[in-house]
Write a protein that binds this ligand. Structure first.
Ligand code: HEC
Length: 209
């Protein structure tokens, strides 16, 4: 009886593995133009300011076409355009208020159908992808842990600037990054980017405790 069950189990497992392999091998070629057309019809009723997001800019087009593995030339192009996109605070201060930064990092509000018309400022949803503080145990792991981010970097000015720029436009550091371009796309304001920079780079922030 046991051996019969085992045989059946093995057969079932065998079939499912074979089926998965077959699926992986017969991945259909989809015409990108058809996908673009489908997206346009699917979001017909979307607010006017969504049009550019559905279309995708030059960076998104390259990243989509290459499955996020751009050729060296294209990677350089993306990096250069992301660097050129940087905007800095008028007062030259890159560190805002880490307490506000923590609230922004926790908030996933914004840019969903249910958030129109917007009643609150957008959040950064950083915890969806990053571990950031020891206190918060619910976090995603698409991005690396940012625990002790500033402490590890000895709170230097250069690393503070790097953190600000990473949040403003992640592709300046990592072309075809999976991290949203918060500043460039107007998801977060310059003040919000400063608050998040403070969350990462202030000695008294929970990130560095
Ligand atoms: C959709 C997932 C996602 C979200 C949301 C996200 N990130 Fe990231 N982040 C990543 C990934 C993936 C990386 C690693 C690849 C790279 O550097 O782009 C990364 C890298 C980083 C780095 C560089 C880490 C290093 O080792 O130098 C910082 C700093 C950072 N993120 C901060 C933030 C902050 C602050 C927020 C919220 C405003 C945020 N991230 C939101 C995915 C995300």
């Amino acid at each position: 009886m046991i051996s019969k069950t085992k045989t059946i189990l093995a057969a079932v497992l065998g079939v499912s593995v074979a089926a998965t392999l077959a699926l992986a091998q017969s991945k259909p070629a989809i015409d990108p133009a058809r996908i673009d057309a489908m997206l346009k019809t699917a979001f017909k009723a979307a607010p006017a300011d969504w049009a550019g997001r559905i279309e995708g800019d030059e960076t998104m087009k390259i990243c989509s076409a290459t499955n996020n593995a751009p050729k060296a030339d294209d990677a350089k192009k993306i990096e250069a355009s992301a660097k050129a996109s940087m905007k800095y605070p008028d007062d030259g201060k890159l560190l805002g208020d880490w307490q506000k930064g923590e609230r922004i990092a926790q908030s996933g509000y914004g840019m969903r159908f249910t958030d129109y018309p917007a009643a609150n400022p957008n959040g950064g949803n950083c915890y969806a992808c990053h571990q950031m503080t020891k206190q918060e145990v619910s976090y995603g792991t698409i991005g690396p842990s940012l625990l002790e981010y500033g402490k590890i970097r000895k709170f230097t000015e250069a690393d503070t600037k790097a953190a600000y720029e990473k949040i403003y436009n992640s592709h300046a550091v990592f072309p075809c990054s999976l991290m949203p371009r918060f500043g460039l796309n107007g998801i977060l304001s310059i003040d919000q980017v400063k608050d998040l920079t403070a969350l990462l780079m202030s000695p008294d922030s929970p990130v560095n405790k």
